[in-house]
Design a protein around this ligand. Structure first.
Ligand code: DC
Length: 226
């Protein structure tokens, strides 16, 4: 375990790969604790939507830096706004799934978002979920979790989500996309997906949502009983 004091600090981090169940779990844990919830994947998706919508490719670093200066991105009550427009539904498309890892690997994008994420959490009680919450953005967080699940389970969850939205895609295609995103997110040079040193690892493959939430709440309660 790390040296962070579990009774101090107001950030709880949840990291893990695509489809591990982080977003729903983090939202429910935040609700139960009376905390706010920060979905950082949604912010990376928002930036991807913004840049790809302007036809700026990940290789165009200079243009990206320039465009980000004009990008007003905000998160309010779990919804993502760009220039005041709610893009929360648009950022969940298979096109954004395909493009997001390439933009997320860029130094220009990550350093721009690092400040935004820290500012969003400043002075607040928050459950923050993503890929590098416990390792890079909030390394001092006193309680950290890492959610994982088998590729099969994660791909099936994502496929069901897309189906429910009426998006026609096969399970095999989704499996390939999730696998590719895993690879890009964990092999990139900057802030790759890692299990933070002092994180509690939870495999969600065979657990219900409620079970995962209860395990997390029990760990938090346990650590705080000091
Ligand atoms: O959690 P998600 O699937 O919505 O995240 C979308 C992408 O955003 C993910 O494939 C990689 C990137 N991401 C990141 O690089 N760092 C984070 N903290 C959160 C997400």
């Amino acid at each position: 375990m790390g040296t962070a004091d579990p009774c101090k600090g107001n950030i709880i981090t949840i990291d893990g790969p695509a489809g591990a169940g982080k977003s729903t779990v983090a939202r429910l844990v935040a609700e139960r604790l009376g905390y706010e919830y920060l979905d950082t994947g949604a912010i990376y998706r928002g930036i991807t939507y913004f840049l790809s919508g302007r036809s700026i490719r990940p290789s165009e670093d200079g243009n990206i830096a320039h465009a980000l200066e004009e990008c007003a991105i905000s998160i309010e009550e779990g919804r993502v706004f760009i220039d005041g427009v709610d893009v929360s539904d648009k950022i969940r498309s298979p096109e954004i799934d395909l493009a997001v890892s390439a933009y997320s690997a860029l130094h220009t994008v990550r350093s721009f978002l690092l400040q935004i994420q820290r500012k969003a959490a400043s002075g607040r009680k928050m459950v923050a979920e993503g890929r590098d919450m416990g390792s890079v953005v909030f390394p001092e967080a006193p309680i950290k979790f890492y959610l994982d699940a088998s590729l099969e389970v994660r791909a099936t969850r994502r496929w069901r989500e897309l189906n429910a939205k009426g998006i026609n895609i096969t399970l095999e295609e989704v499996r390939k996309q999730v696998q590719r995103r895993d690879q890009l997110d964990s092999e990139r040079e900057l802030s790759p997906l890692r299990v933070p040193e002092d994180a509690h690892i939870i495999d969600t493959s065979k657990r219900s949502l409620d079970e995962v939430v209860n395990v997390i709440l029990a760990v938090i309660e346990d650590q705080r009983a000091c």
